[in-house]
Design a protein around this ligand. Structure first.
Ligand SMILES: [Zn+2]
Length: 73
């Protein structure tokens, strides 16, 4: 799974609710172990750095969780 992370980031996934691409991340992509921690904690960091985002959700600014952005979910 983790071996796919670097290639998945190249494809901007679409927000299924709006049909639009997610906004570009404003923070650096977390390390693989941080992403795994998000999976276990079920509390994620959004691509703009907001914390406590649902794994399959977005923050109040419209940025998806990293799990969504990376296509893990
Ligand atoms: Zn935010």
């Amino acid at each position: 799974m983790t071996s796919d992370l670097s290639s998945a980031i190249n494809d901007t996934p679409f927000d299924l609710l709006t049909g639009k691409p997610y906004p570009e991340p404003t923070t650096a992509q977390p390390e693989a172990d941080e992403i795994e921690a998000m999976l276990f904690d079920r509390a994620c960091i959004a691509t703009d750095g907001c914390e406590g985002v649902d794994p399959d959700g977005t923050c109040c600014h419209g940025h998806p969780s990293w799990l969504l952005r990376l296509g893990i979910l």
